[in-house]
Ligand binder design. Structure first.
Ligand SMILES: [Zn+2]
Length: 238
């Protein structure tokens, strides 16, 4: 069989394999799995963020509790001292009271911050729970779908492998250079080979220039389409 006829026949199988592979990729089950996987990854990130926030908040709660504990202790000590020993001067008494008030104020501010952080922390903990429940639901759905998809994929993949094998077989008898050219064109035009149709490229439908048509009339078995870059076969059996 003529090399160009082989190329034409090889392209048919190659295109069939490509089409089948595209169909496999577009499978609704596969699309849903990808969607679920992306969602789960997103939830994992959210979980990590919440865990970090909770850890930061818990550190701040511990630090505030310790600090306000110390201040309360100082306040108690000061109050005891004031009760036990009368201040020597009015000025000292005033300063001691001012200091007490300052401590009370500081403790109050810390209490406010603690309350706010505890509230935020509760909100984050609730979010954490919601994310966990939602993610678990999607994960279960994902696992079930995965099981059925794996079976489907295995069957489809062996069909694809058979098609690929068939196309490799069909490529025997075609020169390495021509196959390479086919693959190069295929990177931007698929199918890469077209038939001549009424002096036009069967791929892009453009009229071939006079000089190219002349070379066809003088026996060229194929030409390159200047417009789309395809190999245009002159005489093969479709
Ligand atoms: Zn063309």
């Amino acid at each position: 069989m003529d090399e160009l006829q082989r190329l034409w026949d090889y392209q048919k199988i190659d295109m069939e394999a490509d089409r089948f592979e595209r169909e496999m990729r577009a499978s609704p089950k596969r699309q849903k799995l990808i969607k679920d996987r992306d969602f789960l990854l997103q939830q994992q990130n959210t979980m990590r963020k919440i865990e970090q926030d909770l850890a930061t908040m818990s550190e701040r709660i511990a630090a505030l509790t310790a600090d306000s504990g110390k201040l309360e202790e100082s306040l108690r000590d000061l109050q005891e001292t004031l009760e036990e020993t009368e201040p020597e001067t009015l000025d000292i008494a005033r300063k001691s009271l001012d200091y007490c008030q300052k401590l009370v104020h500081q403790i109050g501010r810390m209490e406010q911050e603690l309350q706010k952080i505890r509230k935020d922390s509760d909100v984050r903990a609730r979010q954490q729970h919601e994310v966990r429940v939602r993610a678990a639901k999607v994960k279960a759905e994902f696992d079930t779908l995965r099981t059925t998809y794996d079976v489907e994929y295995k069957a489809q993949n062996s069909k694809l492998e058979a098609l690929r094998k068939q196309s490799v077989e069909a490529s025997s008898g075609i020169g390495a250079e021509l196959i390479e050219k086919y693959k190069q064109i295929k990177m931007h035009r698929s199918p890469p080979v077209a038939l001549l149709s009424d002096d036009r490229c069967g791929g892009c439908n453009m009229n071939l220039p006079a000089v190219v048509l002349r070379s066809i009339r003088t026996g060229a078995p194929f030409v390159d389409c200047e417009n789309c870059g395809r190999i245009v076969l002159v005489k093969v059996n479709p």
